[in-house]
Design a protein around this ligand. Structure first.
Ligand SMILES: [Zn+2]
Length: 341
């Protein structure tokens, strides 16, 4: 490998449906904590989504990932009024741009048992039809025990893991007891901020430093976990070099002896989750692409990206889609979405 190339970067936790959230109208009142951020922002946004909005949101999210040298996204989707077919819409949008995606529908009981059942069915349909996915679950605190068990069982039947938010805020601190008997090594446990030390849950913990700071949920201090740790953005773009830099500086804020090699190992764990991304090639504007350099070089750009041996980005411009058209379509759908909020 040349000093200015890396494999394609992996975003281990994204919400492609949130790409159109930027510029949305202010919530009716200022959120004051984790649960009110969900209630006032995300749960208003996701209930308003239709499949045209989901498509435009995923296209723009995939394009922005590609432009940042991220070639594989592990997506967690929710659109409670447009569930059926939504995972295929996301997979198709990413395929068009050329970015790999592993998606799942975030099952929840917050819209009643019928909503949970339809969410499970969408995961099942997508996986049955050969989609690359995990079984999504929103979080233990919005699911009944039956729904959690149903998701775990569906994942086993398809030979995949479960992708679930765990102990992001204090409201979900009880997740560890409810998931202890269900979680397996192929689960993705997102956030883990409020997990106790020595929690014993099996799976990969995905650290999302920008989102955690943005929601003021606290620092998870990932070095305390025995689990594999990977990096995600929780829906705020897919610039994984920027997320690595934030992961490093957040670790430094807690412990001045923290090394960029540790934060880089979290980024590199993405290649264990989506191994195909190792075969993708990104040529960067900077050399050498090495943790101690990158921790202190804030503006490194992807120049060329090859995915699955084929060009997807040249001189910073997407080759398989028209980026201007995608941005125009996203702006149109964002205006429709924001008018509903
Ligand atoms: Zn999330």
């Amino acid at each position: 490998m040349n000093a200015d190339t890396t494999p394609g970067l992996v975003c281990a936790h994204h919400h492609l449906y949130s790409t159109l959230a930027r510029g949305m109208p202010s919530p009716p009142s200022t959120p004051t904590g984790f649960l009110s951020v969900l209630e006032q922002v995300w749960w208003r946004l996701d209930t308003a989504l239709d499949l045209d909005m989901v498509a435009a949101s995923a296209e723009l999210g995939a394009l922005e990932a590609l432009e940042a040298g991220c070639t594989a996204i592990i997506d967690h989707h929710e659109s409670p009024n447009a569930i059926e077919g939504s995972l295929s819409v996301i997979a198709d949008a990413c395929a068009e741009v050329g970015v790999r995606v592993v998606t799942g529908y975030g099952v929840t009981d917050r819209h009643g048992p019928d909503g949970a059942r339809r969410g499970l069915e969408e995961n099942d349909r997508f996986l049955r039809e050969g989609g690359r996915g995990l079984v999504g679950v929103h979080a233990a605190f919005t699911c009944s025990d039956d729904t959690l068990a149903g998701a775990a069982d569906l994942a086993v039947r398809h030979g995949v893991g479960v992708h679930i938010h765990v102990a992001e805020g204090p409201d979900d601190a009880g997740a560890v007891d409810r998931l202890a008997e269900l979680a397996t090594d192929d689960w993705l446990l997102i956030h883990g901020v409020h997990l106790p030390d020595g929690h014993g849950l099996r799976g990969t913990i995905v650290h999302n430093p920008r989102s955690n700071m943005n929601n003021s949920v606290g620092y998870s201090r990932p070095v305390r976990f025995d689990n594999r740790v990977a990096l995600g953005t929780d829906g705020i773009g897919a610039d994984m070099l920027a997320e690595f830099q934030l992961a490093f500086v957040a670790a430094r804020a807690a412990d001045v002896t923290s090394s960029p090699d540790t934060a880089w190992s979290w980024l590199a764990a993405g290649w264990d989750l989506v191994p195909e991304a190792r075969t993708d090639r990104v040529t960067w504007s900077y050399s050498p692409m090495e943790p101690w350099h990158l921790a202190y070089t804030p503006t490194v750009r992807a120049i060329d990206v090859d995915i699955d041996g084929e060009p997807a980005l040249r001189n910073g411009v997407a080759t398989r889609v028209d980026a201007i058209e995608i941005r125009a379509r996203a702006a149109e759908q964002a205006a429709r979405l924001h008018a509903l909020l």
